[in-house]
Design a protein around this ligand. Structure first.
Ligand SMILES: NC(=O)c1ccc[n+]([C@@H]2O[C@H](COP(=O)([O-])OP(=O)(O)OC[C@H]3O[C@@H](n4cnc5c(N)ncnc54)[C@H](OP(=O)(O)O)[C@@H]3O)[C@@H](O)[C@H]2O)c1
Length: 338
């Protein structure tokens, strides 16, 4: 069995510090150990930030294997394993176990078993992005059917899941994206997923454009912010009185600057959300299992589809990270293993 992983021994840019290295998973499994073969593992912005050393999640030691989520098939189990069988499809329960690897040995409690029929490309991405969209739409504001939400990073993986879940729950979405040469194609794509409005960062600054939209869907009670900087401030300007902005990312690398009147006159709430913290507190809680099974079910019914996904090989990692760093890719890159 040839086994390889993308590992790093120091923090830095992924293209520079990652190396494809041979690994040797244990041959004889003890007690509750489980040997899995990874099928697919995505590359999320947080994985890149972790390797750069600027993310709160740090590897326990070096060398560390990159990747935080993925789906794997169980190849062998130790003598005391009760809840997992050979052939099961599993995802890692804790964060940062290292998923850019062909094989991994962890213990029984480190895996959650999914339905065998789940689409592997969806399962590989289930723990971070769809869950983040789900929790942010559910946990901060009691949204009623017909309410509206504004979000920036509308074409991010989280944004794409938020659009689809909101549509299923009859909530209107105003989605902000960065301008680009093929902007109309992107608008069409997001609308095909259920987006009500797709606007560029420049367009949400135009009073006449926003007045027209808000007269139809009302002011949003919830804003989801993964960009920060000017775009976050512009989204806040349209938030309903008493509304909440949930910040969950900072893709522009600029701080969130808030109008003073938001606090005093509009009673806006500003909170943050980190899926890693939520998942740690709910590792195998009924709430988490229910969410994962609901999301899988929606995916199997084709009501919740994955963002545009490009499957790549471990061998091509240097070019892949170079492309991702340039932005505007509209796609999620996923390592797939044979
Ligand atoms: N807090 C949490 O628990 C949690 C969970 C999941 C994700 N996140 C965060 O959410 C964000 C999106 O994650 P994802 O996996 O959905 O990302 P993704 O699919 O890789 O998409 C990245 C998004 O960021 C936008 N972007 C990149 N650079 C930008 C810039 N300089 N200014 C404005 N927008 C920019 C991209 O737009 P273009 O197409 O225009 O490049 C795209 O919409 C990341 O910050 C990630 O860390 C947080």
């Amino acid at each position: 069995m040839s086994s390889f992983a993308l590992a790093y021994e120091r923090f830095g840019e992924p293209g520079e510090v990652l190396q494809k290295v041979p690994i040797q998973p244990e041959r004889t499994l003890k007690n509750s150990q489980v040997l899995v073969k990874y099928i697919a593992s995505p590359i999320n912005p947080a994985d890149i930030n972790t390797i750069q050393g600027v993310y709160p999640l740090k590897p326990a030691s070096f060398p560390a294997i990159g990747g935080n989520e993925g789906v794997a098939e169980v190849l062998r189990i130790g003598p005391n394993v009760k809840s997992i069988q050979v052939g099961d499809k599993v995802i890692p329960a804790p964060a940062a176990t290292g998923t850019w690897t062909t094989h991994r040995v962890l213990t029984e409690k480190d895996f959650i078993v999914l339905d065998k029929n789940v689409d592997p490309l969806f399962a590989a991405q289930i723990t971070v992005n769809p869950g983040t969209a789900y929790r942010m739409l559910q946990d901060f504001v009691k949204l009623q059917e017909g309410d509206s939400v504004i979000q920036n990073g509308g074409n991010s993986a989280v944004g794409v899941y938020a659009i689809q879940l909101a549509k299923l729950w009859n909530i209107k979405t105003i989605n902000v994206i960065r301008d680009r040469p093929d902007v109309d194609e992107l608008r069409q794509y997001l609308k095909s997923l259920g987006a009500d409005y797709v606007l560029t960062e420049e367009e949400i600054r135009k009073k006449e454009v926003m007045d027209e939209i808000l007269s139809k869907v009302g002011k949003p009670k919830l804003a989801l912010n993964c960009v920060g900087g000017q775009c976050a401030t512009d989204c806040v300007r349209h938030l309903a009185d008493g509304g909440t902005m949930v910040t969950y990312g900072g893709m522009s690398k600029k701080p969130v600057v808030l109008p003073t009147g938001s606090f005093i006159f509009k009673d806006h709430r500003f909170v943050g959300f980190w899926m890693t913290r939520w998942s740690k507190a709910n590792q195998t809680s009924p709430k988490r299992i229910k969410m994962l099974s609901e999301l899988s079910q929606l995916n199997s019914e084709k009501k919740l589809i994955i963002p545009k996904t490009i499957q790549v090989k471990l061998d091509d990692y240097k070019e892949v990270f170079e492309t991702i760093q340039k932005g505007f890719s509209n796609s999620k890159y996923v390592f797939t293993f044979e």
